[in-house]
Design a protein around this ligand. Structure first.
Ligand code: FAD
Length: 390
């Protein structure tokens, strides 16, 4: 809701710089103004708010950590995390749109692109003039992305790309797709496939019960002629897509705290207002238990985010640390959403409150960017040195 009050039980604000707090405040105001008033209706209709990308561009939500010379915000990782938290407090689908653009499209172009690619794509993506998508998952290769079948062969001045990608956020409206595909030696490389290239189509996936305001689709490549200058020259192998996922998962770890805060805040208010048996339901111990546990779990998640943000700013955050944060925080948010749904009684399933929307959204968030169990196995591998997922 627009009168949202963020819980800060451990005074984590004292750990933030003035700039970080300012960035959060401006994003919170943006969400109140541009997302909260329209999101329920968009989600109910299953419609992506197509005017939002431009507005995200204006507020600086796209590529906040990319240097300003390429149109980015030049901000630190904690600012980025706080932005994701605020946007996901509005809706996980809107945060997904922003995560994809910033971490999965702009970041690889910045990290692995040629100077020409950076100059051509980054400023337009930062402004929200163009929207991007990230094609890694395939119909037969989800968790096992290294087994991908999409491939390209070299011709004189171009490549011929064939294959398909499934479950791609932003695909139906994307102007450019970062596509991971195998070359003739079987090495995974990144191609920038642009809207309008012959043989490239992006059919929409309909009927999702989750992230309904976010648009998801397929990427289909039928002999698509991709100019050689559209290959990302700076990376080779699975490190390409996996390093992008680290960036995006970091943002998810922060984002879901926003969804959990919104559920908690709504449950706390509702419990104080709703009367049963002659008193507010907040007077009952079982309701207090739910609220107390929600606050406890949110507080732990906030501390994980803040510390991970410091490590990321120092260039030290590892894949396994990011897996722990993504996994623990998404589970936390889902649990908080389920408990908040119960506190709201029947109202918990109604679109008058954001709870059911958050709850359904988080069911995608726990699966995408590495499923809950795959992150557990990444941690298992870190602890034991034995990869159990192969
Ligand atoms: P599978 O890999 O088939 O897994 C099914 C189940 O089996 C899971 O529970 C999984 O944990 C389990 N499992 C699989 N392997 C193992 C193992 N070795 N050990 C134990 N358990 C295992 N992808 C993109 O590339 N770009 C996007 O923009 C994007 N957006 C998405 C948006 C939405 C709304 C959704 C739902 C998905 C999106 N995805 C995207 C795809 C997402 O990343 C995949 O769904 C995810 O990686 C899981 O793959 P899968 O669905 O094929 O499940």
């Amino acid at each position: 809701s627009t009168d949202f009050e963020a819980p800060d039980f451990y005074g984590i604000d004292d750990l933030l710089t003035e700039e970080q707090k300012l960035v959060r405040a401006s994003m919170r105001a943006f969400v109140n103004r541009e997302i909260s008033p329209i999101i329920e209706e968009c989600a109910q209709r299953g419609a992506f708010p197509e005017s939002l990308p431009r507005k995200f561009g204006e507020i600086g939500a796209f590529g906040p950590t990319i240097p300003t010379e390429y149109g980015g915000g030049g901000l630190d990782a904690i600012c980025y995390g706080l932005m994701m938290q605020e946007i996901e407090r509005g809706d996980s689908g809107m945060r997904s749109c922003v995560s994809v653009q910033s971490s999965l499209v702009m970041w690889p172009i910045y990290a692995y692109g040629s100077e020409e690619q950076k100059r051509k794509f980054l400023p337009r993506l930062a402004a929200g003039e163009w929207l991007g998508c990230f094609g890694l998952t395939e119909p037969d290769h989800g968790s096992n992305t290294a087994g991908m079948q999409t491939s390209f062969v070299e011709h004189d001045d171009h490549y011929r790309l064939n294959g398909s990608k499934l479950w791609i956020t932003n695909a139906p409206v994307a102007d450019v797709a970062v596509v991971w595909a195998k070359n003739s030696q079987g090495r995974v490389q990144g191609l920038l496939v642009e809207r309008g290239m012959d043989g490239f189509s992006t059919p929409e996936i309909h009927g999702k019960w989750s992230l309904r305001a976010s648009t998801t689709g397929e990427l289909v490549f039928q002999d698509v002629k991709v100019p050689k200058e559209n290959r990302l020259p700076g990376v080779d192998g699975m490190k390409g897509p996996l390093s992008c996922l680290d960036q995006a998962r970091y943002g998810i770890a922060w984002g879901v705290v926003g969804a959990a805060m919104d559920c908690y805040d709504s449950a706390r208010r509702y419990a104080l207002e709703r009367q049963q048996f002659g008193k507010p339901i907040a007077s009952f111990q079982l309701v207090q238990k739910k609220l107390a546990e929600m606050l406890t779990e949110i507080t732990k998640a906030q501390l994980i985010c803040w510390r991970l943000g410091v490590l990321k700013n120092e260039g030290k955050a590892t894949t396994a640390q990011i897996s722990l944060a993504k996994r623990a925080n998404v589970e936390m948010a889902l649990h908080v959403a389920r408990e908040a749904r119960q506190v709201h009684g029947a109202m918990g399933v109604s679109g008058e409150y954001p709870i059911m929307r958050h709850l359904m959204n988080l069911e995608s968030v726990i699966t995408y960017e590495g499923t809950h169990d795959i992150h557990l196995l990444i941690l298992g591998n870190e602890i034991t040195g034995i990869p159990a997922f192969k």
